[in-house]
Design a protein around this ligand. Structure first.
Ligand code: TTP
Ligand code: MG
Length: 421
């Protein structure tokens, strides 16, 4: 059996736990002048407020609701404690997001008397390790069913689906509840009279393949109650990113550059902390009319330095249209890999020398120093200094570029980047 644990109204519950004045009241985490609700307490959900809802709309639905600014560091700290509790119960724990995880229960039933005993122990331990947070737990023979089950008796509930009850469960499971089935897919399935999971069994694999491609076949598997995925203990993020909805829509390139630099700093620092480097830098822009574009550039040498990331992101930014005002801007780095291997290959290609690589090395050295300073002397003071230095640096480069003399060796090399999206 696989167990899925998901915290109840996670961010909001943390705020209510830390501030007794918020308990029992409708709390919405997120907001700001603009932006969206990250999550709402169950008291606020009764008014129809939910995750990803624009703050303005949430306020309209629930005027007495209390908006709280998110405190990600605190959520991460508690998330870490929750994962430790789970790891103390099973060697096979897979963290799926900040507040949820899968746990392979094989062989543990005997240790805890029964599966229910294990679940009970998990819930108690989470409550005491966090200082009082509740979670909901689902258990089922396969992963996707375990996840659906944790939702059945939410909040603070448990639902265990025994193998013998899977067929009956699938016969009453709306397709929309299957992870990966969005409103559009549900509508398309509805046209064929498919409303609950088991309805899909009336159709052949060929039907699903031709109508929906590979995802269709996966869906059919799910309809049979099958899910081959096992609990994978380490789930390394495949990318790092930072984004922000702006306080006001803007077409100001200089302002966007500065925000991009701050994002590059954040992403770079996380990458350096994880000892990762990525070759693909992605720029994401959402315009005032909510249309969204992403542009990516794959670099010759992997980067983790703030300037390395910023340089690529800025180039991408300069190539996009600012006819419409920008509402959100973000930057991401992906395409991680074994750095050593890439480095060797790269220097071989360049006859033992790679200006781009050496440049990145130099920038990394500076960044590591700044990171270390920040560790020692605190976040704000040094962070601002670092940004100021890099900001000036960025501006100078920008000016030189306009004069056609970019000192960055990357600009002198043949363009190895590609654009997509
Ligand atoms: P969820 O587990 O999806 O939601 P939740 O824990 O708030 O509520 P539930 O009881 O239904 O599980 O997400 C976990 C946290 O992730 C959530 O507290 C806030 C954050 N989050 C966002 O920031 N944006 C989002 O769109 C969603 C869905 C979650
Ligand atoms: Mg949750």
């Amino acid at each position: 059996m696989i167990v899925h644990v998901d915290m109840d109204a996670f961010f909001a519950s943390v705020e209510q736990m830390d501030n007794p004045a918020l308990r029992g009241r409708p709390v919405m985490v997120g907001g700001g002048e603009r932006g969206v609700v990250a999550t709402a307490s169950y008291e606020a959900r009764r008014f129809g407020v939910h995750s990803a809802m624009p703050a303005v709309q949430a306020r309209r639905l629930c005027p007495e609701g209390i908006f709280v600014r998110p405190r990600f560091e605190r959520y991460k700290e508690l998330s870490g404690r929750i994962m430790e509790v789970l790891q103390a119960h099973s060697p096979l724990v897979e963290q799926a997001s900040i507040d949820e995880a899968y746990l392979d229960a094989e062989g543990l039933e005997r240790l805890y008397g029964s599966l229910a005993g294990l679940v009970c122990s998990l819930r108690c331990a989470i409550r005491s390790a966090t200082g009082g947070l509740t979670c909901s737990v689902g258990a089922a023979p396969v992963k996707f069913l375990a996840k659906i089950c944790s939702d059945v008796n939410k909040p603070d509930g448990v639902f265990i689906l025994e193998p013998g009850d899977v067929d009956a469960f699938l016969a009453s499971l709306p397709v929309r509840k299957i992870p990966g089935v969005g409103p559009r897919m549900a509508e398309a399935l509805g046209k064929f009279g498919i409303r609950v999971a088991s309805d899909m069994r009336r159709y052949s694999p060929d039907f699903f393949r031709t109508r929906f491609g590979r995802p269709g076949l996966v869906l059919l598997e799910r309809a049979m109650g099958r899910d081959e995925r096992s609990v994978e203990p380490v789930r390394e993020a495949k990318s790092e990113s930072a984004e922000e909805t702006l306080a006001r829509d803007t077409r100001d390139l200089e302002l966007l550059r500065r925000i991009l630099l701050a994002h590059a700093e954040k992403v770079g620092r996380r990458l350096r902390g994880r000892k990762l480097q990525g070759r693909t830098v992605t720029l994401k822009i959402k315009y005032a009319d909510f249309t969204q574009i992403t542009r990516s550039k794959t670099l010759e040498a992997p980067v983790a330095s703030t300037q390395g990331i910023y340089g690529a992101a800025r180039e991408l930014l300069e190539a996009v249209s600012l006819k419409k005002a920008v509402r959100l801007i973000g930057v991401g780095v992906s395409n991680f890999g074994a750095p050593r291997e890439r480095l060797t290959l790269l220097s071989l290609l360049n006859g033992g020398r790679s200006p781009e690589l050496e440049n990145e090395k130099r920038r990394m050295k500076l960044d590591r120093t700044l990171d270390a300073l920040r560790e020692r002397f605190g976040e704000a003071a040094v962070a601002r200094g670092a940004l100021a230095i890099q900001s000036r640096d960025g501006l100078e480069q920008g000016q030189r570029r306009r004069h056609g003399k970019d000192p960055e060796p990357s600009a002198q090399m043949p363009d190895a980047g590609n654009l997509r999206g």
